[in-house]
Design a protein around this ligand. Sequence first.
Ligand SMILES: *Cc1c(COP(=O)(O)O)cnc(C)c1O
Length: 489
Amino acid sequence: MLSPAQQESLRALPQVEDLLHAPDIEALASCMPRTALVEAVREAIAHARTKVVDGSASEVDLQAIEHDACVRARILNRPSLRRVINASGVIIHTNLGRSVLAPQAAQAAYEVARSYSTLEYDTATQARGSRHNHCETLLCTLTGAEAAIAVNNNAAAVLMVLSEFAAGREAIVSRGELVEIGGSFRVPDIMALSQACMVEVGTTNKTHVEDYRHAIKHDTSMLLKVHPSNFRMMGFTESVDVRALRKLADQENARRQVAAPDASPERVDDLLVYEDQGSGVLLSLDTFGAQSEPTVADSIQQGCDLVSFSGDKLLGGPQAGIIVGTAHHIARLKKNPLARALRLDKMTLAALEATLRLYLDDERAVREIPTLRMVSEPADAVRERAEDMARSLTTALPRDCVRLSVVEEIARAGGGSLPMCDIPTWVVHVSFLRGDVLGCERFLVSERNVPIVGRIKKDALLFDARTVLDGEGDEITAAMAAYFQKGTT
Ligand SMILES: *Cc1c(COP(=O)(O)O)cnc(C)c1O
């Protein structure tokens, strides 16, 4: 039962129509649709009603309801998918969209989005072309492979390769490589989905070439090698490299040739070597100080028939799954109905082509592709940017509200790439004399149109300069100033 005072308060709640005419709400009407405003006003009134009914508010504060409606209207009206400032120090942050595109790649996507394009039009023959051609030559040049195809993501690439070559047949994989990769990609699950019959060999920590050899049967489809990505085993471990798998496959294929001398070289039952490489390293990163990872070209050169990798991990492009390899294997993939179901759209293709084009010049790639730049930027340069940020924060923030310092920390490649690589970095370390770290984090992430994602360590908020882009330092400063202006206790 409501008390008489509560009934009184409920009668004092404003009507939707009245609140819509409040000055602050009317001011918003010019910049957002009326439906959003009405919804926000309704929500604000309902919220106030709940507070009266559950006894948490004894009086109706019209001003507060109006303010609440404005906040709700702004939240309803802002895009759900929007820009974020990544000050976390995780470079390929899957939750934050993995790689940031190079300006050339973003521009290319913008142009094909804003106009008609040569997506499936061959201007040389004035006839129908194929969307698969735009990136293929570049991918071949950059990896040494004969042919290539790009699909929606690497999970799709793996599914397509397994479906085409291993469905209904056995595929051999080491127990040390049966990994789960962030975001629910599990090798055994994708095997099951493609109807490949998974044959596990070796043990968790050690797999020998003999383990593969003993598992090969007359119609085994492939030797699958999976990059363990976000996972490393230390100590008493052993795995079999691509060269050794190639040798095994060649011996087996020679035997099959003898057993069926009339079959063509492209016959269906070849034993092939396929590596799911994950990160997609196109240039040797050890020259830039990052812990070395084999490149895609290394895998091809060492004898893989097919290699697949993501477009938006270390490659630094848009979301895509790229498969490179021998011409006849890729030709079969292009004919698989999954190639149609999993194909890339024009904006992604444009961004991928532009990103790959930058790789034609190593130095240019490292300069222009943000992921490569962030992975390889010398710690001293990061330190300078952190010091700039700390200086502008010192100037902008009220006295005695924080203690600022610039300290050395560890950044991460993220996205399952270079998991053992501690990337030395510098952060602005903020400890709070006023307000508090969790309240500040909530403000920076939840209340802003452009959320700022830092890192919390003990009671301090860290802004890692390695992943902060040009100009974003100023936004961080302004947001921090707004936090302290808002009134903190
Ligand atoms: C990341 C990764 C995948 C999944 O790639 P997506 O592009 O995220 O679909 C598959 N295999 C390996 C080894 C990976 O590292």
